[in-house]
Design a protein around this ligand. Structure first.
Ligand code: B1M
Length: 211
């Protein structure tokens, strides 16, 4: 399906309707949802980020690109979830307090769901108390946190400490990621796992649950 290549352009140019339509047609033509995400959506958003960094794109362009990406993801997410076999774990996921970036977090959700995890997505700007309440209510075994700002990274440590204080730290594994996060930082704050990408997050989630 030749038209699929336009998905990259549609996201890059922030054409949500086009992104939605091409994704719909590609899925109808039998293209794997995972292929759409890995080969078109992630590279398109990576290029959006690069353009922003060299002042070719500004905040409005970022927002419309993000909207186009989300529009395509709404079609793909349920399919990724449906393709999963046995539930591999129950994940409470969110972007930490003070941080509104959710594109990477949504990709992590889609990848986890696509690999059989149940994902309780708390959204963005998630306070430690919200993570704790959800862990208790849903009986989650993974707390997954995303942060894109160096100023919001400390909220991960705060949340881990809050999990300890609430007496639920031993019930869950903590997985973290996001552009400024490193393995070193994960070790420093006592997280159980770190991944620098959404696909790797699945591998790490499986590994830490098995440990
Ligand atoms: Co903002 N932003 N932003 N932004 N933004 C960055 C992060 C920035 C690096 C841009 C820059 O200046 N070069 C910079 C942070 C600098 C820093 O902290 N050192 C920045 C800034 C400063 C800001 C504002 C403060 C700007 C302002 O208002 N002055 C503001 C903050 C708002 C807030 O959060 N409180 C802001 C706002 C925005 C928009 C709203 C315009 C928009 C977000 C829209 C949205 O998310 N709905 C936006 C965007 C789009 C970006 C960039 C350009 C792209 C982020 C993105 O979506 N990347 C970003 C620059 C960049 O990254 N090059 C930037 C694509 C996405 C697929 O990648 O999120 O990294 P990413 O996710 C990856 C991995 O990191 C990993 O997997 C994903 C897929 O492989 N991953 C995980 C992510 N979470 C994970 C969790 C895991 C595991 C892996 O386990 C749980």
């Amino acid at each position: 399906m030749e038209e699929i290549k336009k998905l990259h352009t549609a996201i890059l140019e922030g054409d949500a309707q086009m992104a939605h339509e091409i994704t719909e047609k590609a899925l109808a033509a039998g293209i794997e949802p995972m292929q759409l995400v890995n080969d078109y959506m992630i590279p398109a958003m990576a290029e959006v980020g690069e353009r922003f960094e060299c002042n070719d794109y500004f905040v409005p362009e970022l927002l419309i690109a993000a909207r186009a990406m989300k529009s395509a993801l709404t079609l793909v997410r349920p399919l990724l979830a449906a393709s999963g076999a046995e539930p591999a774990g129950r994940v409470v996921l969110g972007t930490v307090k003070g941080d509104l970036h959710d594109i990477g977090k949504n990709l992590v959700a889609a990848m986890l769901e696509g690999n059989g995890f149940e994902v309780i997505d708390l959204g963005v700007n998630v306070a430690p108390e919200q993570f704790i309440a959800s862990v208790k209510e849903k009986g989650a075994n993974i707390v997954a946190m995303s942060a894109l700002l160096t100023t919001t990274m400390p909220a991960m440590r705060t949340t881990i400490n809050a999990l300890k204080e609430a007496g639920v730290r031993d019930q869950v594994k903590v997985l973290i990621g996001g552009a400024p996060i490193t393995q070193r930082y994960a070790d420093e704050i006592g997280a159980d796992g770190f991944s620098d990408n959404a696909v790797g997050a699945v591998t790490v989630a499986k590994k830490i649950l098995a440990a």
